[in-house]
Design a protein. Structure first.
Length: 295
């Protein structure tokens, strides 16, 4: 039994007539009948009984049909997933990454993708969460890596790891001796923050809103590195993902976990169609396996 015979069987089962099934399959009637007889011989069961001009499926045929349709659907999805890998030129993969997770994931991601798919051309775009979701929906990106859940309808996600929002202050800040800082304490501090289009800023504002508070914003920058470079020269504080500390070793700064409550950040893959993009999702999951473990 092979997939071609299953496809012939399904067509005959659904049409109930050799002529119509052969026309649907674009083959001759004798060729179709021969394949069905061979399938019956391989399975050692009768699949059809003739009733006038029609063929009636047997109980065995009903059972085979219920198993054959999912198998054929799965094979078609596999072909669709692999179709983009064909062709003489290298395949490209466009990935949108939040800048607040970019530095901690991208170097390892590039290394592992090159090992797994040497012919793959990887295009990385450092974007805000809003831009990642907009480009995914418009087809400008194949997949995104950012904070979950996605905000736009029509997008799906797969969690990779959890981070948390932390307070960043100068090493001579009045809170320097605190092991943790409560949300209400942090709400009192004048802040240097990312712009409002960034998910980190939005999450921070949402948490303060639950306390009936607003952030004390005195300055904004559109890049995390700029914030970390500037903080030692100001009296301002900031809030950023805790993992950024591992990748951005800035002297003169202290990172303080937030409490009451802790603010978790879920990071993962964002995509449009899991069935069509399953091969891509599996490739990125494999490439990022263990990337979030603390060194």
């Amino acid at each position: 039994m092979d997939f071609r015979q299953l496809r012939y069987f399904v067509a005959l089962y659904e049409e109930g007539h050799v002529g119509r099934a052969a026309e649907r399959l674009s083959i001759s009637q004798p060729a179709l009948s021969q394949q069905i007889r061979q399938l019956e011989g391989d399975l050692d069961v009768g699949l059809f009984q003739r009733n006038g001009r029609r063929l009636l499926p047997t109980l065995a045929a009903h059972t085979l049909y219920n198993h054959a349709v999912p198998l054929l659907d799965g094979m078609e999805r596999a072909r669709e997933a692999l179709r983009s890998f064909r062709g003489p030129g290298p395949r490209s993969l466009s990935i949108g990454v939040l800048q607040t997770v970019n530095a901690s994931l991208v170097p390892l991601l590039l290394e592992r993708l090159q090992q797994a798919q040497p012919q793959l051309v990887v295009k990385l775009f450092e974007l805000s969460g809003v831009d990642i979701e907009r480009r995914l929906l418009s087809g400008g990106l194949d997949i995104g890596i950012g904070f979950l859940p996605p905000r736009q309808p029509g997008l799906h996600s797969l969690a990779l790891y959890e981070d948390e929002l932390q307070l960043v202050v100068q090493d001579d800040h009045p809170l320097r001796d605190f092991r943790k800082v409560s949300l209400s304490q942090a709400a009192e501090l004048p802040m240097l923050l990312l712009g409002e289009e960034f998910r980190v800023r939005q999450i921070w504002q949402e948490q303060l809103a639950l306390l009936g508070r607003r952030p004390q914003v005195q300055a904004e920058l559109n890049h995390m590195n700029g914030i970390l470079d500037s903080l030692p020269h100001t009296t301002l504080a900031s809030v950023l993902p805790g993992r950024a500390r591992q990748m951005h070793a800035h002297h003169g700064l202290l990172w303080k976990p937030l409490s009451e409550p802790r603010i978790p950040l879920q990071v993962g893959l964002v995509y449009r169609d899991a069935q069509r993009q399953q091969a891509m999702i599996d490739l990125l999951r494999s490439a990022l396996d263990g990337a979030w473990e603390t060194p």
